[in-house]
Design a protein around this ligand. Structure first.
Ligand code: F6P
Length: 554
């Protein structure tokens, strides 16, 4: 199959077999599957790139796995994997290669595409980033007045924000604590205002991160930041306080940032796959170039695992196929991501873009409409906080939610035996979801009859358990790469383009057109009646604001 062909997965023999297996699986309980096979946990766990991934609490059997691997075969997933690693234009609708894996190749692992070694280009930028990151960290890169940089503000949105913001939190333990990092993304003026409220311009560095350098939110926030800086330090201060990360040098220059202060990347890096490109500059400043290399090494270890490990042992391949099984055959529309690590609090949000912007599609590569389900809804919160909030629905609600548990065995900051308590909670929740509690078991505890139905735990709710030794750069990189490739596998099975995002464009352009509507009460509105009425209501309420809004951040 070439990169623009996309057979309907529902027409394959494997799909039909999986449909039958799913019918039988409806009657089967995880309790029974575990009772039948004492080795189930080891049979269905996989290791790679420093991660242990236990799939045993998924509602799968050896037959299901075999049929899923057959589906991957019939849909040409492995050939497509090779095409991605080789730099073919598998992003068909944008006619682009998808080469984020090249971003994490070691220096000596060349990849020549169209006669050019892209790995040499990648390391050229990484080297420049390292020089800059060292200089900020050791104080030799000063602000315009000669003062040390103390604050680093990343301005970006989507992939130009979620990756850096998530990684900063995730790797905060390894970061230079004398530097303050903030992330501004929202066009809501409170975002930038709040980020700058207590900062000293002379000590503040802005990283303006935008692949296209054409995104309304980022450019507007960047303008506000620039105004704030220039009103305190003058125009000449800009080169010492503003650097850009983009693929578009022309727009960076037009914005007024010297391209000497720009760190580039390439159109073959998708926004949501870009945190290890120059978009990760804030991460590198935070944890240092060596820490960033460890992060890249973790990504690369999982890339290699995905590229060469046989299908039945291949973590991302199995993650992706099981996601398809849950979505299309067990009819589970949503996955909760439950990191038992406070520093991963932004990880679910990061995964939302990765998974939902990639696989929230309903036409195949050839434009045909799908007649099966594609990308699930991803969401989540760190455990144990979620346990005191939405887990009630996970355990006893009418909607089954697939869960991904993430746990690290070592505490970064040991306090009493808190890490053991954290781990015990993760293990308990996954076990209760899987095995539940029958009415007889509840009754045996002496529960009054009237309460028994309320305390029955249905169980049979599937989860994957991911464990690593410690939340460190390598483990984070490996885990993200596993999810990236899982997303790839799902998209390849479904025959969709996981690397475009046309669905977000119409709303963007309409928003731009509505701004002048909002600002001119006399304008005749050519809008649907709901939007027109809301515009008039907004204008009326806006006019009652106490004083005009400030043009500049004070
Ligand atoms: O609106 C979606 C999107 O295009 C994402 O895919 C991307 O990560 C984000 O906007 C930001 O784009 P840019 O980095 O070009 O500013």
């Amino acid at each position: 199959m070439n990169s623009s062909e996309s057979a309907n997965p529902a027409d394959t023999a494997s799909w039909r077999e999986l449909t039958n297996l799913a019918g039988a699986m409806r009657e089967r309980l995880l309790r029974d599957l575990f009772a039948e096979d004492p080795q189930r946990a080891s049979t269905l766990s996989r290791t790679g790139a420093g991660l242990l991934v236990d799939f045993s609490k998924q509602r799968i059997t050896a037959d299901v796995l075999a049929a899923l691997l057959g589906l991957a075969e019939e849909q040409g997933v492995l050939a497509r994997r090779q095409a991605m690693f080789d730099g073919e234009h598998i992003n068909v609708t944008e006619d682009r290669a998808v080469m984020h894996t090249a971003l994490r190749r070691p220096r000596d692992m060349a990849l020549v595409v169209d006669g050019r070694d892209v790995v040499a280009d990648v390391h050229g930028v990484l080297d420049r980033m390292a020089v800059f990151a060292h200089a900020v960290r050791d104080g030799s890169w000063t602000g315009a007045t000669g003062r040390r940089i103390r604050n680093v503000i990343n301005i970006g949105i989507g992939g130009s924000d979620l990756g850096p913001a998530m990684a900063y939190d995730a790797l905060r333990f390894y970061s230079d604590r004398s530097l303050c990092f903030r992330f501004v993304s929202n066009i809501d003026p409170t975002d930038i205002t709040e980020a700058l409220r207590d900062l000293e311009p002379a000590e503040t560095l802005f990283i303006i991160a935008s692949k296209t350098f054409g995104t309304q939110e980022t450019l507007t926030n960047a303008r506000a930041a620039r105004d704030w800086l220039v009103s305190a330090l003058g125009e000449a201060a800009v080169p010492r306080h503003c650097v850009a990360v983009s693929t578009n040098a022309e727009r960076v220059a037009a914005f007024g940032i010297d391209t000497d202060n720009m760190f580039g990347f390439w159109d073959w890096v998708g926004g949501r796959y870009s945190m290890e490109s120059a978009i990760g500059l804030s991460t590198m400043v935070a944890i240092g170039p060596e820490g960033f290399s460890d992060l890249l090494a973790g990504f690369h270890a999982m890339d290699e695992h995905f590229r060469v490990t046989p299908p039945e042992a291949n973590i991302p391949l199995l993650m992706g196929l099981i996601a398809v099984w849950n979505r299309d055959f067990l009819d589970i529309p949503t996955t909760a991501v439950l990191p038992y690590a406070q520093f991963l609090s932004r990880f679910p949000a990061y995964l939302q873009q990765l998974t939902m912007e990639s696989n929230g599609k309903s036409v195949r590569l050839d434009g045909a409409r799908v007649d099966y389900n594609t990308g699930a809804i991803y969401w989540g919160e760190p455990g144990t906080n979620g346990q005191h909030s939405f887990y009630q629905l996970l355990h006893q609600g009418t909607q089954v939610v697939a869960c991904d548990f993430i746990l690290f065995a070592q505490a970064l900051e040991p306090v009493f035996d808190m890490q053991d308590m954290l781990a015990a909670n993760a293990l308990a929740q996954a076990a209760v979801l899987a095995f539940g509690r029958t009415a007889d078991e509840v009754r045996a505890d002496g529960t009054p009859d009237a309460l028994v139905p309320h305390k029955v735990m249905p169980g049979n709710r599937p989860s994957t358990f991911i464990m690593a030794a410690r939340l460190e750069p390598h483990a984070l990189g490996a885990m993200i790469a596993a999810y990236e490739h899982s997303v790839f596998v799902q998209g390849a099975v479904w025959g969709i383009d996981s690397f475009d995002q046309w669905g977000v464009e119409l709303g963007k352009s309409m928003a731009e057109a509505i701004v002048p509507d909002l600002q001119d009460p006399d304008r005749v509105l050519d809008r649907d009646s709901s939007t027109a009425a809301l515009i008039r209501m907004y204008q009326a309420l806006h006019a009652t604001a106490p004083g005009a809004g400030p043009d500049h951040i004070g």
